[in-house]
Design a protein around this ligand. Structure first.
Ligand SMILES: NC(=O)c1ccc[n+]([C@@H]2O[C@H](COP(=O)([O-])OP(=O)(O)OC[C@H]3O[C@@H](n4cnc5c(N)ncnc54)[C@H](O)[C@@H]3O)[C@@H](O)[C@H]2O)c1
Length: 334
C-alpha cells in the first residue's frame, strides 16, 4: 500500500478507468474521477468516490477538483488515431496544448506523484521485437506525436517533490464496464462471437498487447513504489507481441470451444497495404520494478466471450459507447 490517500484520475470514466477506479477504491484510496463523461459512467456508488464532470482544458474547475488529492493518474485524451483525426484542432487542444497548464495546476496543488499514460506507438513502426524505451521516436500520426510531445513537456518539470513517471502501454484488451470494441483483440472477438466470421486485413502485422487487468496492476504498482524507483523514468508496458492473424486464430479457437453451437468460425483474409508492425520490449519494467504481466491475451478473449454470453455487451456493433469515433461524431464535441 502506498503513502498516498487520494488519487485524481483524469479520463477516469473511460475504458481503463472503469476497471482501475473500482480497484483503487478496493485498495482504500479515495478517488476523484475528472472526466468530460463522454461515455457516461457505470460505477457503483461508493463513499470514497467523487465524480467531477470537467475538461482538462478548464484549469479553474480542475484546480478545484484536485484540492485534497495527493496523486494523479493522467488518462484523459482523445485516445486513438481515428478519433483524433475527426477534428484535429479540438484534438490538439486536448492532447497537446492542455498538458503543461494541467501539470502546473497539479504541481501548484501540491500533487506528489503524477503517472502519465503515453503509448507504445510513440516509436512508429518496427519489425524488431526489441524496441526499447530509448529507441528513436518516429511517431506516424499526430495522436502518437503529441503523446511523445507531452512526454517532453513533462521532462521540463523538475520541481522537488513533484515525482512523475511515464508509462507506454501496449494496446489494451479485455472486458471493462465501459468497453471499447475498437481495439484489435476486442474487435476480432466481437466479430467471432456475433458474426461467426472474422475478416483480417493483411494479418502479418504484429501488435503488442496487454490485458486490462495487467494495465490496472501496473498503475497500482506505480502508485505504491517508493519515489526513487520511478521518479522521472519511462517504462514500456506490454506482454504478448502477436500478429493480427494470431489474434484472429485465438479468437476463433476460443469461441469454437466456449460456444460450440456457433459452429466453425471462418477467417477471411483480405489484402491490406498497411502491413506495419509495432512491437515493444518490456524488460525494463520487469527488471527495475518487478512487474510481470499475469494475464494472457487468451484470458482477455475468454473474458470478452463470457461478457458477450452474459449479455453485458448488447448491441455490440451499434451502440456508439463502444466506439470512440462514433461517440465523438455523435456528441459533436468542441
Ligand atoms: N486503450 C488502449 O489500448 C491504450 C493503449 C495505450 C495507451 N492508452 C492511453 O491510456 C489512456 C486511457 O485509455 P482508454 O482506452 O481508457 O481511453 P478512453 O477513450 O476509453 O478514455 C478516455 C477518457 O477521457 C475522457 N476525456 C477525453 N477528453 C477529455 C478532456 N478534455 N477532459 C477530461 N476528460 C476527457 C473521455 O470522456 C474518456 O472517458 C489514454 O491516455 C490512452 O491514450 C490506451
Amino acid at each position: 500500500m502506498s503513502s498516498f490517500k487520494h488519487v485524481l484520475v483524469t479520463g477516469g470514466a473511460g475504458y481503463v478507468g472503469h476497471v482501475l477506479v473500482p480497484q483503487l477504491l478496493a485498495n482504500d484510496y479515495a478517488v476523484t474521477v475528472y472526466d468530460t463523461l463522454w461515455f457516461g459512467t457505470n460505477f457503483a456508488p461508493h463513499p470514497r468516490l467523487k465524480i467531477v464532470k470537467g475538461d482538462i482544458r478548464d484549469t479553474k474547475t480542475l484546480a478545484e477538483a484536485v484540492k485534497g488529492c495527493d496523486a494523479v493518474i493522467h488518462l484523459a485524451c482523445i485516445s486513438n488515431d481515428t478519433s483524433f483525426a475527426l477534428d484535429e484542432k479540438l484534438s490538439t487542444s486536448i492532447n497537446r496544448d492542455a498538458f503543461t497548464p494541467m501539470l502546473k495546476v497539479f504541481r501548484d496543488a501540491g500533487i506528489k506523484r503524477l503517472i502519465n499514460a503515453s503509448t507504445s506507438s510513440v516509436y512508429g513502426v518496427s519489425d524488431s521485437p526489441e524496441v526499447y524505451e530509448d529507441n528513436p521516436k518516429v511517431p506516424l500520426t499526430l495522436y502518437n506525436r503529441f503523446k511523445w510531445e507531452c512526454e517532453e513537456q513533462l521532462m521540463a518539470f523538475n520541481d522537488p517533490g513533484f515525482v512523475w513517471v511515464t508509462i507506454r502501454p501496449a494496446t489494451v484488451c479485455g472486458y471493462s464496464p465501459r468497453c471499447r470494441l475498437d481495439l484489435s483483440v476486442n474487435i476480432l472477438t466481437n466479430f467471432a462471437v456475433n458474426k461467426g466470421k472474422i475478416t483480417v486485413f493483411g494479418g502479418t502485422q504484429k501488435r503488442p498487447n496487454l490485458h486490462i487487468l495487467d494495465m490496472v496492476n501496473a498503475y497500482k504498482m506505480l502508485l505504491a513504489l517508493p519515489d526513487e524507483k520511478i521518479d522521472r523514468k519511462t517504462f514500456n508496458c506490454g506482454f504478448q507481441n502477436l500478429s493480427i492473424m494470431e489474434i484472429a486464430q485465438l479468437a476463433k479457437r476460443v469461441v469454437e470451444e466456449q460456444i460450440p453451437e456457433k459452429g466453425t468460425i471462418d477467417i477471411e483474409v483480405t489484402s491490406s497495404d498497411d502491413l506495419r508492425s509495432y512491437q515493444i520490449n518490456s524488460d525494463k519494467i520487469r527488471r527495475e520494478l518487478g512487474f510481470a504481466p499475469q494475464f494472457t491475451i487468451e484470458d482477455a478473449v475468454r473474458d470478452m466471450v463470457k461478457a458477450f454470453q452474459q449479455g453485458l455487451l448488447p448491441r455490440s456493433f451499434d451502440d456508439s459507447n463502444y466506439f470512440n469515433v462514433k461517440k465523438l461524431q455523435e456528441l459533436k464535441v468542441s
